[in-house]
Design a protein around this ligand. Structure first.
Ligand code: NAP
Length: 420
């Protein structure tokens, strides 16, 4: 299969290249890897005129970009998606909301036996795709990898690194890992706002989705044993590990599910008794305390609002529109800093602690996410020999693990292990 795939014209096709994040992915690959070099890649989207305009703009910064091939593919035209998927080793997609436009591409990649990655944060959609295609992708030795952006690479690879380090040092995994978003500077795009509102409307139409979303093991493979977590935390509190007030991190609703799927896919690395939670940090004073208690209430109220009838129409007026997002200056001055603290007890009763710091030198949602998605796609396409022989609907940790870490470094996202 791999031999057939390597004879295809492209290593990577970026679908959705004319959107806000897709354009950043295209700029990233053009700037870092060039055109007509070792990486064979193409721009894809639904509108050829917009693709040509993008290619012209890229040409002003990148030699040979005028030669970039353009592929036209629209989500409601399966034949166009199959044509695109059959020409490449990997499709990476930023076409969202994924629950509205993403499913036909997955079907096309399965039909063409093409590897796939995306930056969705839509757990309910990913759950549906995993249930539908995990078995077929495994049988066909394909790697399908969602959540290759800020959601959920820092969480997923941070925990992977902690567990790998714990196994190397002590021959056993850590039983508890806590993620802390220590600091960040970021903004939203219209595509992210549209995806959140689309998810709210999906829940309104099918309230069962809410129950599924609150299930801590919602993304686990069907037969995998469940771990010890019954509910994720919902309230703020004082945290002595970081000496700060903390509240449950809203994106933890996505990231914790992904990390738990990694645990289920890599049980010998993570162990069976593994607990994982995510927090965002506030200052260690009265203001921090007020925020830690009020942010969860405000977030839950906003998410609840998104499920009301017509919320997508009303709220979208106050949010950025599709195609809009943070300015170059905002992306370049943005950053994030995550601390992951892992704990466990050795058979002799000694407590052990390991810490991993993940840092990004661009805004998390777009500058850093574009680099993370591009490097994930290139890793799937070009680092075959370094990838574990694991197939199906995977996570970044299970599909790529160590092979992805040096690539992320070149995208400005670093992981470093510290010992207590
Ligand atoms: N997880 C993360 O960390 C993360 C970070 C950033 C973004 N995201 C997600 O990424 C997605 C994209 O965000 P964005 O801000 O880049 O959105 P955007 O600017 O609105 O771009 C959406 C892209 O989808 C294309 N598109 C829409 N409908 C299509 C269809 N029927 N067929 C083919 N293409 C279609 C658009 O094409 P046109 O250009 O022709 O309109 C555009 O290229 C969202 O789902 C967002 O939530 C996730």
């Amino acid at each position: 299969m791999e031999t057939e795939r390597s004879s295809r014209p492209f290593d990577v096709v970026v679908w959705g290249a004319t959107g806000f994040t897709g354009r950043l992915v295209a700029e990233y690959i053009a700037t870092r890897y060039g055109v007509g070099s070792n990486v064979r890649w193409a721009l894809a989207g639904r509108n050829l005129n917009k693709l040509e305009k993008l290619r012209n703009e890229l040409s002003s910064q990148t030699p040979n970009a005028a030669n970039l091939p353009l592929l036209q593919a629209e989500s409601n035209d399966l034949a166009s998606l199959e044509r695109m998927a059959s020409q490449t080793r990997v499709v990476c997609t930023t076409v969202g909301p994924y629950s509205q436009h993403g499913s036909p591409l997955i079907a096309a990649c399965i039909s063409a036996k093409t590897d796939y990655c995306d930056i969705t944060g839509e757990v309910h959609w990913a759950r549906q795709m995993m249930s539908q295609y995990h078995a077929k992708a495994t049988e066909q030795q394909q790697r399908m990898v969602s959540f290759c952006g800020m959601d959920s690479i820092p969480s997923d690879l941070g925990v992977y690194l902690l567990q790998r380090e714990a196994q190397e040092r002590w021959g056993q995994p850590l039983s508890d890992v806590h993620f802390y978003l220590m600091d960040h500077q970021s903004a939203w795009s219209g595509g992210t706002a549209a995806s959140l509102l689309a998810a709210g409307q999906d829940i309104r139409r099918n309230p069962r989705l809410l129950r599924d979303l609150l299930d801590p093991y919602n993304l686990n493979p069907a037969q995998a044993p469940r771990g010890p977590t019954r509910w994720d935390p919902v309230h703020g509190r004082w945290d002595s590990r970081v000496q700060r007030w903390v509240a449950p991190f809203v994106m933890g609703l996505v990231n914790t599910r992904v990390v738990r799927r990694s645990q289920a896919l890599l049980p010998s690395l993570y162990g069976q008794n593994f607990r994982y939670h995510e927090w965002m940090c506030f200052s260690p004073n009265l203001k921090g305390r007020l925020l830690a208690y009020s942010v969860p209430v405000a977030t839950q109220s906003f998410l609840g609002l998104c499920t009301l009838p017509m919320a997508d129409k009303v709220l979208s007026r106050f949010l950025p529109q599709p195609g809009e997002g943070p300015s170059q200056q905002q992306r370049e001055s943005g950053f994030f800093q995550v601390l992951l603290v892992g704990e466990g007890v050795l058979p002799n009763g000694a407590r052990k602690t390991l810490r991993v710091v993940c840092h990004g030198n661009r805004d998390p949602g777009y500058g850093a996410t574009a680099g993370m998605l591009a490097e994930s796609a290139l890793c799937l396409a070009l680092d075959q020999e370094d990838l574990p022989p694991r197939y199906g609907y995977l996570t970044t940790a299970a599909a790529m693990g160590d092979a992805l870490l040096p690539r992320l470094r070149s995208a400005g996202v670093t992981f470093s292990v510290e010992k207590d």
